[in-house]
Design a protein around this ligand. Structure first.
Ligand code: C2E
Ligand code: CA
Ligand code: CA
Length: 661
C-alpha cells in the first residue's frame, strides 16, 4: 500500500511518533524501527508541533504544513494499525507528504491569515502577545511585548532574536508533552537592566478552519503591563511616610493618568540614585541616612510643584516627573549639591546621580520610562561626583546587547567558545622569551570578539573570575602539553583581573592547576595590573609574596596607567615590570616621555626587576628602548596576538604541531 501511496504523494511512510522513528516492514512480516523521523525535516531533535503525535493521541487524521528546503509540505497523518506476521498489532501513524514550491506572496498571505486567526482568538485581551508562523518566523507582536522587552516598536527581527533566547520552552514539557499540547503555561523571570520580573507565559497553537496547524503564539503577562498593574487609587492613596512622596505603584498610575489626559504631553522623567547609599547608614548611622532621604525627597517635591509628580520607588531611588519647560538641569544640580555637601566628610563624599528620560512615547508604561532614566544613570555609575545623564535610544540597544552577551556567557564557557591567543615577547637579542595569553571569544553569531567587547561587562557582572580561571587552566594545559617539545622552556603570562580576588581564592585555583598538571610554576607568569595592586596594596603584597615563594613569576601589568606608579614600586616585590608605551609615551616624539621611561627602567633595574615594554609599534621605538635598557618587547611591531597553532608554526616550525599532537 505504501508503494501505491508513493505514486500519489511525494513521501509516504509509517512512523512511531512516540519514539520518533520511521518504521519499516521487514521480510519477516514484522515492523522494524529505522532512522529517526525528524531527520527528514532537517531537525536535530523531535518536532515541536508533531501532527503525527496529535493524530495518534486523538485517534483521527491530522493535517499540517511544514517548510522544508523552501517548499511548503502538506502532511497528512493518519493513525493505522499494522498486523504483524505473529498476529500482534503495531499501532503507528501513516504520514503522507506532498509539497508545493513556496512563493513569497504565498508566505505573506499565510502570515496575514495567521494574524487574522490570532486576532479572532485573542479578542481584546490586553497582555503581551507574540505570534510565530510554521517556519518559526515572528509575524506579529503587540506593543506590550515590545515594551516589556524594551525593543523599539515594530522591530520584529530584533524582538524575535531577544524573545527566542528568553523564552524557556523547556518549561512546556513540565506541563505536558510539547508535541501534543495546544496549551501550556509556566512562569519565568525576565531580567532587564537591574529589574527582575516574574512573567506568566502561555503557549497556544493556532489551527485554521480545516483544523490545520498554522502557527502558534505566546501570551506574556507581566505585573507592570497596563490594565493589570494598577491597584485602585483608593487602595494606595497613602504617601511614603518618610519622604511624603508617592510610593511606586501610585507614582506610576498618577503619571500615566497625567500623560493620558495631557493635551501637549511634553514631560521629562528624572530618576535619582545616591551612589553607594548602602555605606551611608553604616558610616553616618540610620538617622543621618533618613535625614538625607528626607532632604532629597523634600527637594524633589518642591521641584515637582503643582504640575509635576515626585515619587520614591524604593530605598534611595527617587523619581521626578515634570513638564519639559520647567526642567532646569543646572538648577537641579545646584540644589542637589547644596544638600550633598552638608554630608561630605574626609572618608566619604555623598554623591547623587540623576538620569533623564525625555518622554517621547507617551504610550510606554511609566515603569519602563523609569527604567530608561535608570539606564542613563548606569552610564555614570563610576563617576564620583554629582552628575546628570540623559537617556538615548542607543543606550537601550547597548543594554540589550550587553544582556545578550552576559546571558550567553555560561554556555560559551561550556562550549569552549573562548580561545587562547598568544602574543610573543621578544628579548633585546631578538629571541623569543615568552608569550602573553590573551582571550578571544569565537561567538557563534557575532564572530570573533575582542576582550574589550566583553571583559568590562564580565567584570561589572562579577563573572570575570570564571573566564580568568578558564584561561589560567588553558595556559597551564599548554605548558603541560609542551613538555618535551621545543616549546618546553617558553613561559606563558596570564592576566589576573582586579575583581578575581572578590570571588575566588586565586592562589588556590592557580596552584591546583599547577599541581594537577605537574608543571613548573616558574613557567606561568602572573600579570596583575598596577591599578589592581593600588586598590589593595596590603592584600596583594601578601598574595604576591606567597606566589613568589611557591616559584611563580609575578609581573606588574600596565605600569604607568595609574596615579602613583613610582610610589607603588617601592612596596610591591614583583619580578617583571611591564611598561605600556600607550600610557608612558603617547607620541613618538615625546621627549619628556623618553626621560620618564629612562628613569622608570633605571629604577626597575635598581630594584632587580626585568622590564618588558608593551605597545611597541615602530622600529624607532625598539631602537630607543634598547638604548634605554629595556629587557624585552611586546607589540604589533613584532607580532599581533595569534591562535596557538599559528604561534607554534611561526616560531617553532610546522613540525612541532605534529610532534606535539
Ligand atoms: P593587556 O593585558 O595590557 O594586553 C595587551 C593588549 O595590548 C592586548 O590587547 C594586545 O593585543 C594589545 N597590544 C599588544 N601590542 C600592541 C601594540 O603594539 N599596539 C597596540 N595598540 N596594542 C597592542 P587585547 O588582546 O585586545 O586585550 C586587551 C586587554 O584585555 C588586555 O590588556 C587585558 O587587560 C584584557 N585581557 C585579555 N585577555 C584577558 C584575560 O584572559 N583575562 C583578563 N582578566 N583580562 C584579559
Ligand atoms: Ca596583560
Ligand atoms: Ca598590559
Amino acid at each position: 500500500m505504501l508503494n501505491r501511496l508513493s505514486l500519489i504523494y511525494d513521501i509516504a511512510r509509517i512512523v512511531n511518533p512516540a519514539k520518533c522513528v520511521v518504521l519499516q516492514c521487514g521480510e519477516d512480516g514484522m515492523v522494524h524501527e529505522a532512522a529517526s523521523c525528524y531527520g527528514f525535516w532537517g531537525k536535530q531533535t523531535r518536532c515541536r508541533h508533531c501532527s503525527s503525535s496529535c493524530a495518534m493521541a486523538a485517534a483521527h487524521n491530522m493535517e499540517k504544513d511544514e517548510v522544508r528546503e523552501g517548499r511548503i509540505c502538506h502532511i497528512l497523518s493518519a493513525p493505522v494499525d499494522v498486523e504483524q506476521a505473529d498476529g500482534s498489532v503495531y499501532s503507528c501513524v501513516m504520514e503522507m507528504v506532498s509539497s508545493n514550491v513556496r512563493s513569497e506572496e504565498m508566505r505573506v498571505m499565510r502570515d496575514r491569515e495567521l494574524i487574522q486567526l490570532l486576532v479572532a482568538k485573542m479578542g481584546d485581551v490586553r497582555r503581551g502577545v507574540v505570534c510565530f508562523n510554521i517556519e518559526d518566523e515572528c509575524v506579529y507582536a503587540n506593543p506590550e511585548v515590545f515594551q516589556l522587552f524594551q525593543v523599539p516598536q515594530g522591530e520584529l527581527a530584533l524582538l524575535k532574536e531577544f524573545f527566542r533566547t528568553w523564552v524557556d520552552d523547556s518549561r512546556m514539557e513540565e506541563s505536558g508533552d510539547i508535541a501534543l499540547l495546544s496549551d501550556a503555561e509556566w512562569k519565568q523571570e525576565c531580567n532587564l537592566g537591574k529589574r527582575t520580573r516574574l512573567c506568566d507565559v502561555g503557549y497556544h497553537k493556532l489551527f485554521d478552519g480545516e483544523g490545520r496547524f498554522s502557527g502558534y503564539f505566546y501570551e506574556i503577562y507581566d505585573d507592570s503591563m497596563p490594565l493589570r498593574t494598577g491597584l485602585p487609587l483608593e487602595e494606595e492613596s497613602f504617601l511614603d511616610p518618610l519622604t511624603e512622596l508617592m510610593p511606586r505603584e501610585r507614582f506610576f498610575q498618577t503619571v500615566g493618568e497625567v500623560l493620558r489626559c495631557a493635551v501637549h504631553p511634553e514631560y521629562v522623567l528624572i530618576a535619582s540614585n545616591i551612589k553607594d547609599f548602602k555605606f551611608v547608614n553604616s558610616l553616618f548611622g540610620k538617622e543621618k541616612g533618613d535625614e538625607i532621604l528626607m532632604l532629597l525627597g523634600g527637594l524633589y517635591r518642591e521641584l515637582a510643584g503643582s504640575k509635576g509628580v515626585a515619587g520614591r520607588l524604593h530605598g534611595d531611588k527617587f523619581v521626578l516627573f515634570m513638564p519639559r519647560d520647567a526642567f532646569q538641569p543646572n538648577e537641579i544640580m545646584e540644589r542637589v549639591t547644596e544638600i550633598t555637601t552638608r554630608f561630605d566628610n574626609s572618608s566619604f563624599k555623598l554623591c547623587v546621580h540623576l538620569g533623564v528620560y525625555e518622554i517621547v512615547d507617551v504610550s510606554l508604561p511609566v515603569s519602563l520610562m523609569c527604567d530608561r532614566a535608570n539606564l542613563a544613570i548606569e552610564t555614570i555609575q563610576n563617576v564620583r561626583v554629582n552628575q546628570i545623564a540623559v537617556y538615548k535610544d542607543t543606550l537601550l540597544k547597548k543594554a540589550l546587547h550587553d544582556s545578550e552577551i552576559l546571558s550567553s556567557f555560561a554556555s560559551a564557557l561550556e562550549n569552549h567558545e573562548f580561545e587562547v591567543y598568544l602574543q610573543p615577547q621578544i628579548a633585546r637579542d631578538s629571541t623569543l622569551c615568552g608569550a602573553e595569553a590573551l582571550v578571544r571569544w569565537n561567538h557563534p553569531t557575532r564572530g570573533l570578539l575582542m576582550p574589550g567587547q566583553f571583559i568590562p561587562l564580565l567584570e561589572n557582572a562579577g563573572l570575570i573570575y570564571q573566564l580568568d580561571a578558564y584561561m589560567w587552566g588553558a595556559a597551564a594545559s599548554l605548558i603541560s602539553a609542551w613538555k618535551n617539545t621545543p616549546m618546553a622552556e617558553l613561559p606563558l603570562s596570564v592576566n589576573i583581573s582586579a575583581r578575581d580576588t572578590f570571588y575566588i581564592d586565586i592562589y588556590q585555583t592557580i596552584t591546583t592547576y599547577v599541581e594537577k598538571l605537574g608543571i613548573d610554576p616558574a613557567k606561568l607568569h602572573l600579570e596583575i595590573t598596577e591599578t589592581a595592586l593600588m586598590s589593595d596594596r596590603v592584600q596583594y603584597n601578601t598574595l604576591i609574596d606567597k606566589f613568589r615563594e611557591r616559584g611563580f613569576v609575578v609581573e606588574i601589568d600596565d605600569f604607568g596607567s595609574g596615579y602613583s606608579s613610582l610610589a607603588m614600586l617601592k612596596d610591591i616585590h614583583a619580578d617583571i615590570l611591564k611598561l605600556d608605551l600607550g600610557f608612558l609615551m603617547p607620541s613618538k616624539e615625546d621627549e619628556r616621555g623618553a626621560l620618564i621611561l629612562k628613569s622608570v627602567i633605571d629604577m626597575a633595574k635598581t630594584l632587580g626587576m626585568i622590564t618588558i615594554t608593551e605597545g611597541v609599534e615602530h622600529e624607532e621605538q625598539v631602537k630607543l628602548l634598547t638604548k634605554l635598557g629595556t629587557d624585552a618587547f611586546q607589540g604589533f611591531y613584532f607580532d599581533r596576538p595569534m591562535p596557538v597553532q599559528n604561534f607554534v608554526e611561526k616560531y617553532y616550525g610546522a613540525g612541532c604541531i605534529e610532534r606535539n599532537a
